[in-house]
Design a protein around this ligand. Structure first.
Ligand code: IMP
Length: 422
């Protein structure tokens, strides 16, 4: 079963890009299956930091094929910029990158509608990245979207105009006009560029590779608590961020899936609106934000921070069938004398539960914590699990008991080399 899936277990920004980069050498293919330019996957090696939004994180390895699957929403303008940056840095991606003709296109008018929808929501705004994700998936499900493959058709521009006319009508409901003239010019340049890339029916490519015994790593984006079905709805993104999304987002049958890598930080963050039971709005939260450099890699927004949330993790582990955990940013907690972990929620009824209730009602729960001793030492200098300080070993054992899944990787710094296998 040569497909493994890597997903975030929290609200995104868990460090998935780094782990894909570390694991990639043992795979033949890295494939993105959902999301789009709302993602920001950070990879650091050889002293250089790279942030990828839509390009799969295997792109730096010349032997790996990188696939943008049908479940993705692709902004050609952002994609062109990203690929230009890679070219400038000497990355030879042209032969190794395939894009599904069935992926949906983000149009400038989708971005404009994203802004209008958010403005109209006022105090209940989602906190979207404003990259056009929601409106593009809306058109996909509404069966009016434009697909990447459409750029190859002679009537593409006509189809584009029809879509924009519909979007203009929607903007009219808000008594607004679409102001996208400037963005349209660069969109068409980017579409011309897209036509020069390897656009194909990637489900055939991937299944052919599977028949040849090749190994595929499906790279998730965002996190399980932002999933359109199981996340903290409506404060979610518009795609299936859980492992099952890899099947529909790539055209791979469930029987091919083997390992599911669940990525979590040693604490918790969230960007945008929505419930966050363990959120810390005090000096401790600020200390985590500064130590963890918790500012959005796509939008630069300060991230909300808090202690690790085990009921939420248990839920995400269940949904994804996680086979191993990867604990990220353990070093961010180096300076803490004590570390807290939420093990239970107290419900409005007064009862406590180790499980997450309806994620839509998370705002009504009160977290109950256990306090563990901090390790109070510099993890960034470590290179082997045998050298972990005793309090860290105890913290890992505690997580494994609580979550019933082994912690196989502990990350102790942003660089590729700061990744410790257990
Ligand atoms: P959208 O996906 O841009 O519509 O944003 C919906 C929600 O998901 C907002 O709260 C965003 O902050 C959040 N979100 C979207 N993508 C990411 C991500 O890659 N990391 C973290 N949060 C994200």
């Amino acid at each position: 079963m040569p497909v493994d899936v890597l997903i975030g277990l929290q609200w995104g920004d868990e460090g998935k890009g780094k782990i894909v980069d570390v694991l990639a050498p043992t795979y033949d293919v890295v494939a993105r299956f959902q999301g789009g330019p709302n993602a920001g996957h950070t990879l650091t090696f050889d002293g250089i930091k790279h942030v990828l939004h839509q390009v799969p994180s295997g792109i730096f390895h010349p032997h790996i094929l990188n696939v943008v699957g049908n479940g993705v929403v692709l902004d050609p303008v952002v994609f062109r910029q990203e690929l230009q940056k890679l070219t400038d840095r000497g990355v030879d991606w042209a032969q190794n990158l395939y894009i599904s003709k069935k992926a949906q296109l983000i149009l400038p008018s989708h971005r404009a509608l994203d802004r209008l929808h958010e403005e109209a929501r006022g105090s209940t705004k989602i906190g979207s990245t404003l990259k056009g994700i929601g409106p593009t998936y809306q058109d996909k499900i509404g069966r009016t979207g434009l697909r990447v493959g459409h750029v190859l058709l002679p009537d593409f521009e006509e189809r584009y105009r029809e879509a924009v006319a519909q979007h203009a009508a929607t903007a009219g409901h808000y008594h607004r006009t679409l102001d996208i003239a400037a963005e349209e010019a660069e969109f068409f340049v980017a579409v011309g560029f897209l036509r020069t890339l390897q656009l194909t029916d990637t489900e055939f490519l991937l299944n052919d590779l599977l028949r040849q015994g090749k190994r595929i790593l499906a790279e998730g984006a965002q996190g399980s608590l932002l999933d359109i079905d199981f996340g903290t709805y409506p404060y979610v993104t518009s795609s299936s961020t859980i492992a099952a999304g890899a099947c529909t987002g790539l055209g791979i049958a469930p029987r091919h899936i083997d390992k599911v890598y669940g990525i979590t930080k040693a604490y918790c963050t969230r960007v945008g609106s929505g419930p966050f039971p363990t959120e810390l709005t005090d000096a401790v939260g600020e200390q985590i934000r500064q130590a963890g450099r918790e500012f959005g890699s796509t939008t630069g927004r300060p991230r909300r921070t808090g202690w690790i949330d085990l009921p939420a993790l248990r839920y995400a582990i269940m949904l994804n069938g996680v086979t191993e955990l990867h604990l990220m940013k353990a070093d961010v907690l180096d300076g803490f004398a004590e570390i807290k972990a939420c093990t239970h929620y107290r419900l409005p009824t007064g009862a406590t539960t180790p499980h997450l209730p309806d994620p839509g009602q998370l705002q009504d729960v009160v977290p109950e914590y256990v306090t563990l001793p901090g390790w109070h030492s510099d993890l960034t200098q470590l290179s082997a699990a045998a050298d972990f300080p005793a309090p860290l070993q105890a913290y890992l054992a505690f997580l494994e008991t609580e979550l019933q899944v082994p912690v196989r990787i502990v990350s102790v710094g942003p660089d590729r080399v700061s990744t410790i296998l257990r």
